[in-house]
Every structure is written in C-alpha cells, then in structure tokens.
Design a protein around this ligand. Sequence first.
Ligand code: AMP
Ligand code: MG
Length: 400
Amino acid sequence: MVQLENAQQILRSCTVFIHETEMVSLQKAIGRVLAEDVKAAADQPPFPRSPLDGYAVRGSDTKGLTKEQTRSFRVIGKIYAGEVFDGIVHEGEAVRIMTGAPIPEGADTVIRQEWTDYGEEEVLIFGESKPYQDYCFQGEDYKKGEILLKKGNVLDGISIALLASLGMAQVEVYRLPRIAVISTGDEVIQPGEPLRPGKIYDSNLHFICARLKEMGVEPFYADHNADSAVCMAQKLYSIAKDVDLIITTGGVSVGEKDIMHEVVNLLEAKELFWRVDLKPGAPTLAMEFQGKPVICLSGNPFGAAVNFELLVRSVIEKMTENPKWELKKSNAVLQSDFVKKSGVRRFLRAYAENGNVWLPDGNHASGVLSSMLGCNCLVEIPEKKHGAKKGEVVCIYHLM
Ligand code: AMP
Ligand code: MG
C-alpha cells in the first residue's frame, strides 16, 4: 500500500520525457508542445502601412488644417491593400490609399477620408495629422530576429496566428505519447452488442479513450480483453514495444478472476506498487514492463476515473511536459455536508465555481457514474476525517 503522492512519484520515476519531434501543419498544431525556438524571419508588417482609408500625405502639409482652413492636394495615384505605389509623394501631393496598403515613399501619415471631400484628381483636406501620427511602422508587431515563441511553449490560438504571420505552414513539435487502453472483464461487452444476462457495457474503455482525446491525445490502441491472464499477458507483450504507456482497467482486486497479478508474473514485469491509500480505486496496480509504465486501474468506473486523473495524468504530464496534464488544486468552500464511515482519504466528485464547491445529490458509490455528470473537480477529504461540513474549506482538484 502506498500513499498517492508516493505512487505518483514512483510512476514518474519510470517515465521519460518524449524527446522525439515531428513536423505538423498549423491546422494540427493546436495544443502541441513546441520543440524549437521560433525566430522572426522578417519584420511584421514587412512594410510601413496605412492604418486608415484616406489619403497618404506629408504630415507637415496638413499643419493647422480645419473645416475653416482647408487645403487642396493633387491626387497622384490610388492604392489598395496588396498593391504598391511606384512613385514619391511631394509637397502638396496625396495618394488615395486603403487600410493595409504600403505607405508610399515621401508620405509620412494618412488623412482619414472623413476629413476630406473624397476628391479624385484634387482632394480638399480639412484636418491635421502630424508626421507618423496615422502610420503603422514596419516591424511594429515584431522585428526580424526576435524570438517569438520558445521551445516548450504550448501552442494556443495566438501562437498559431503568429506562426501563420511568419509564413510558416508547418512547425516542429514533440510527438504525442502513444498510449494503449485495455479494459478487462468477462462480464464486459461493447456498446452496440445486445445485452445478455449478467453482462454490462464497457464504460471504462470509452471513458479513458474519450478523456485522452479531450486532452488532445488519440489513443494508439484500444481493446477489451476477457479475464484470461495468458491472453492479457500476450496482448501487453505484443504492444509494449510500440507504446509509451499502457492503461488497463479491472482485475486488480483480490477475487479469483483478478488476473492482473498473474499478468505481472507471466510478463516477469517489475511490480511498482499495488494498492493506493485512497478511495475510490484503492486496488490500483502499477508495473514497469520493457521500460514502460503500465497502470492498471480498478474496474469500478468511478475508481478508474479518479485514478486516471490522479495517477495517469501525472505520468502523461512528465512524458509531454505539457502543463495541461497537471491536476491543478485550489481551496473552495463546501456547500453541502458529507459524512463517511471510514477514515480513508477520499475523493468525491463535485462541481466548483467561484470558490464554492457543490457535491451532487446522487449516489457517491465507486460503481456509480451518473452522478459524475457535469462535475468539474474532485473534493479531497483527508485521511482520518469522517466527512466535511457545509462551510468548511476543502481542497479541490480541477479536472480540466
Ligand atoms: P473489477 O475491478 O474487475 O473487480 O471490477 C469492479 C467492478 O467494475 C465490477 O462490478 C465490474 O463489473 C465493473 N467493471 C469492470 N470493468 C468495467 C468496465 N470496463 N466498464 C464498466 N464497468 C466495469
Ligand atoms: Mg473484473
């Protein structure tokens, strides 16, 4: 029997950070961990550009202009965004210009069109703009050579936009972990099959796969196995070399069909621990096989769910160095009473918002899934405590 923190540490010590990288398209890069520093190859914007629709002029020519004191300029050209004006703006001259178009040589500001009579050959200007007042500088966003994103950054929407603005169609990221998920149990059948007497549908396999996907990892392998230690050992043996982590559910308790203990022996794997001092999911077993962590969660759906969050996430966090896998903790004020008999450290499903946390009304048993619907955190009731009262400050673990 080990403490939770000890179990996490044992698992993490046989987990390695995945150094291999891959190039992915920007469309696939969201949420991935950057494997290179990204430097600006050019200034952004690459040229001084107009922030307005109006007329590019020399600012000094507009000094003191008002509705009462207007001045007429000769319009020597017109440019839209995407075009270039091939000429120089001299004193008393203007170029009709649209937002995003390069400011022509000689001009140092843009008069907004609302301060003009929109003239085409001659334009009457009745507003003042000082040099560089209405002017987007070349490199105002970033300058060539600047490091914009650092190795290890998790790519979010703005990072992707920056990469795109640099003209990068692909980016080098660390490869994602390859994870196998295998549920066990002779009673467990797959959704879609007809329900036969004594059977139940497999929710664990689908929970874990869905959770991995929700966190951005496509499961590498997902399967169900009967309560046969030999078949399970063969399966683990054949996939271990291709994956970084194996997660199983069921068969870890003390019953006759709890095959995972025999699987450890058949594989001659190193047992890392069996039983974690918490509820639900206490019988969790962990082994190291071919240098890979194998985490065998309890078959009880809530036990599997809680230990996926408490143990599996910690391992994936080390593999990816992506902080989203870390289970963030905070304090919150409990809004309902909870009574329990034993003094075992307990994790309860709950919903937290604005520093308060509510327990669902439904059943809190380990085999019950439905009351977890809509929950966004786990509430910890520490060891030796026989419950918690409304108004008490409790530690919560955020699931997202
Ligand atoms: P076990 O850990 O194998 O002893 O299973 C504990 C309980 O969880 C039993 O009631 C099982 O029927 C149930 N169970 C096991 N595996 C699953 C699964 N994949 N999906 C839903 N329930 C399961
Ligand atoms: Mg079982």
